[in-house]
Design a protein around this ligand. Structure first.
Ligand SMILES: Nc1nc2c(ncn2[C@@H]2O[C@H](COP(=O)(O)OP(=O)(O)OP(=O)(O)O)[C@@H](O)[C@H]2O)c(=O)[nH]1
Ligand SMILES: [Mg+2]
Length: 261
């Protein structure tokens, strides 16, 4: 029998992680939705794994692989090794007591690999669009990267993040100036904005915790809506039994409109 090791402490999320800046933030909430918390409390402890797909896109050399490696392996390589096509990592979390995985797809920024990479955009619950804070031209290209990724997905089905990397390479003044432009872009892209450094690790854990919490909550809400208040299936093959009157959700309501938490 294979025993699955426990999720590491820094992947256990019990409070809703905070945004980076209120000027480009997807949700201002500070707590998990009350109904989501209730549903998760009812889980039996024998849940299968729930998984969300995350796709990371952006120009070559902006630091996509480094960002993922800092988070998943806690390392940083100064040498550039171009990603060829795509690669992925699976990162385990436990969110308000429920096991949860992010499948993080790292794609190549080089033009010659774009057609391979774009084949993996489909079904992304989260799209992370990356640029280099030390190379402002890469910010200009983020809208095109996002457009290409959105084309492969249902409208309004993905959370979008805009991430400026290599924060350690720019002064605070340059970072602040670039952030003004980036926040404008983020608002136009309906994205949440973050500045990070894979080299120092600044904001990397906070960023991915935020990604995981938003994607987790969204997927639970979708399943509660689909279950129409009888039996919510959280993840493949795992059942969360719910009191009918507790979980009733108005029909056709796709917004998060379950009352304030
Ligand atoms: N100083 C600094 N360098 C970084 C940072 N992130 C990445 N780099 C460097 O930037 C270069 C490119 O990083 P990668 O992560 O390989 O870039 P990529 O976006 O994955 O590139 P492609 O795979 O070709 O699309 C490497 O030499 C990294 O060491 C950072 O936060 N700070
Ligand atoms: Mg790469």
């Amino acid at each position: 029998m294979h025993l699955v090791p426990p999720v590491s402490r820094d992947r256990i999320i019990s409070q809703f992680p905070k945004w980076y800046t209120p000027e480009a933030c997807l949700q201002f909430k500070e707590h998990f939705h009350a109904q989501v918390r209730t549903a998760c409390q009812w889980s039996t402890g024998t849940l299968g794994l729930k998984i969300s797909k995350v796709v990371v896109v952006g120009d070559l050399y902006v630091g996509k692989t480094s960002l993922i490696n800092r988070f998943c392996k806690d390392n940083f390589d100064r040498d550039y090794k171009a990603t060829i096509g795509v690669d992925f990592e699976i990162e385990r979390f436990e969110i308000i007591g429920v096991p949860y995985n992010l499948q993080i797809w790292d794609t190549a920024g080089q033009e010659k690999f774009k057609c391979i990479a774009s084949a993996y955009y489909r079904g992304a619950e989260v799209i992370i669009t990356v640029f280099d804070l030390a190379d402002i031209r890469t910010l200009d290209h983020t809208k095109q990267w996002l457009e290409d990724a959105l084309k492969e997905n249902e409208p309004d089905s993905s959370f979008v993040f805009l991430v400026g990397t290599k924060k350690d390479l720019v002064s605070d003044a340059v970072c602040e100036r670039t952030e003004l432009d980036a926040i404008r872009f983020a608002n136009e892209m309906q994205a949440e904005y973050w500045s990070v450094s894979a080299k120092t690790g600044e904001n990397v854990k906070q960023f991915f915790s935020r990604v995981a919490a938003l994607a987790f909550e969204q997927s639970v809400i979708k399943e509660l809506e689909n279950s129409a208040g009888h039996m919510a299936q959280i993840g493949t093959g795992n059942l969360i039994k719910l009191e009918k009157n507790v979980m009733e959700i108005p029909e056709g309501n796709t917004q998060i409109s379950l009352g304030c938490c």
